[in-house]
Design a protein around this ligand. Structure first.
Ligand SMILES: C[S@@+](CC[C@H](N)C(=O)[O-])C[C@H]1O[C@@H](n2cnc3c(N)ncnc32)[C@H](O)[C@@H]1O
Length: 270
């Protein structure tokens, strides 16, 4: 685990943070009144917001299951991990493959403060947490190489991360840099917010986040697809996360009617 000063001293409770608002949506307890306030405000504008968070979390679970069980992936680099919510990615992967190796990365000190839960993996496998910014992919690659073998396939998971990073801040370059470092047989697992399906609701959500000081960017289907350029898409391509391999669901409760405004997909490096 890396971090140069006690995490608790760096947690800013005066303004909302994406990881903590997301934790509130998921019914977690690791958030502060400012996060709850923004979460409630967003929910008043878009009552489906907590449901979107659940659907996204389940996409991560289904994609991880699919990759471990059917694609033989044993290594994961999960950037933008969030506050631990069970089951975490390593628990899903290691329940099928105890030797799976997982490196988690987030830039929010509250995630570092809870990283111990991310490090309780199997003795045969490995889990590591890096406190780092996705916009510094070379730092991530250098540190992740202590745990992951970059000569073998790795699943790079960027789940509900890129809508916090506009293209002007290097979203595309960071993805390209990370993918370039991966061996053939590796893959990108990605989910990202879209305004394609419910433009007005999503615009209201973006405005509420902006009022809380958090920049969010929605991407069209064409824009999300272009992030996968050069990769071989896995069926069914880029779809709403709730429609991605529903047959792999385990322990999911009914989501209810209506679209989920997050695209998700998996693409392989050949
Ligand atoms: C909505 S949460 C998603 C958590 C988890 N991936 C999931 O889908 O359940 C987004 C996470 O991305 C992290 N994040 C946002 N910008 C980041 C950046 N520039 N570098 C690293 N992490 C970032 C936030 O701190 C937060 O934990």
């Amino acid at each position: 685990m890396t971090g140069t000063e006690p995490a608790v001293q760096r947690i800013d409770t005066s303004k909302p943070h994406p990881a903590r608002v997301y934790d509130w949506f998921l019914g977690g307890k690791d958030n502060y009144p400012v996060d709850e306030q923004l979460g409630r405000q967003i929910t008043s504008l878009d009552p489906g917001a907590p449901r979107t968070a659940r659907a996204n979390r389940w996409f991560m679970q289904r994609a991880t299951r699919m990759l471990v069980r059917e694609s033989g992936i044993r290594q994961f680099l999960d950037v933008g991990t969030g506050i631990p919510t069970e089951p975490n990615l390593h628990q899903i992967a290691q329940s099928t493959a105890p030797d799976a190796r997982v490196v988690y990365v987030d830039n929010d000190p509250i995630v570092l403060a809870h990283a111990a839960a991310l490090l309780r993996g199997t003795p045969e496998g490995a889990t590591e947490y890096l406190q780092a910014d996705a916009r510094e992919p070379l730092t991530i690659l250098q540190q992740a190489a202590r745990v992951l073998d970059f000569d073998r396939p790795i699943a790079l998971s960027l789940i509900a991360l890129l809508h916090f990073i506009p293209d002007e801040d290097g979203a595309r370059e960071l993805v390209d840099t990370l993918i370039d470092a991966l061996a053939p047989g590796s893959c990108l697992v990605l989910s990202a917010m879209t305004a394609d399906l419910e433009p007005e609701k999503v615009a209201r959500g973006i405005a509420a986040y902006a009022a809380g000081g958090v920049t969010l960017v929605a991407r069209s289907h064409a824009e999300v697809s272009s992030i996968f350029k050069g990769l071989e898409p896995m069926d069914p391509g880029i779809v709403s996360v709730s429609e991605w391999h529903p047959e792999l669901a385990e322990g999911e409760t009914p989501l209810g009617e209506g679209p989920v405004s997050l695209y998700g997909g998996v693409g392989f490096k050949v």
